[in-house]
Design a protein around this ligand. Structure first.
Ligand code: CMP
Length: 145
């Protein structure tokens, strides 16, 4: 079966705190390989487009403002059960409700500045990956044993 893929974002608070290395290490340790990576500073229109499903929510403008406040790291993670595994590693959206040992519990400061984003389904993963990466920018890799 082909390995599953998901989109992971390290948000501006994660970059500001210098957490790229620690966060990527947790993914790799769990068997999720970053097969594409890019640093990007989203424009307002790009952030609004990415979070379009939340357009009617009261926190939308604030979320867009935060997500455009600095660069983010976008990654495609590949591995068995990548969508679910990434969400388990991230923890609940609200860091106050996130389980011990999860990224959000350890690093996030609020439900908005929650350090990471991860796709919530295989379907959304395909859409979100295509938002950031073209097919030729994704590089699955492995070694012959
Ligand atoms: P994320 O996984 O990126 O998906 C949508 C984001 O909206 C979420 O993480 C939070 O950063 C943000 N969000 C969700 N609910 C709230 C809320 N009640 N108040 C502020 N931000 C929220």
């Amino acid at each position: 079966m082909p390995a599953e893929r998901t989109l992971s974002l390290i948000k501006p608070d994660g970059l500001e705190k210098g957490l790229i290395g620690q966060i990527v290490a947790r993914f790799e340790h769990a068997g999720l390989k970053p097969v594409a990576m890019t640093l990007v500073h989203l424009s307002q229109a790009q952030a609004e487009g990415f979070y379009a499903v939340h357009r009617e929510r009261p926190f939308f403008q604030s979320l867009v403002q935060f997500m455009t406040s600095g660069p983010i790291l976008a990654m495609v993670l590949e591995g068995e059960d990548a969508v679910a595994k990434n969400r388990e590693i991230m923890g609940a959206t609200d860091p106050a409700k996130a389980a011990a040992g999860t990224l959000r519990r350890d690093f996030a400061t609020s439900i908005e500045k929650n350090t990471v984003h991860g796709s919530d389904s295989r379907e959304n993963a395909a859409i979100e990956i295509a938002y950031f990466f073209g097919q030729l920018e994704i590089h699955p890799y492995g070694w012959k044993k």
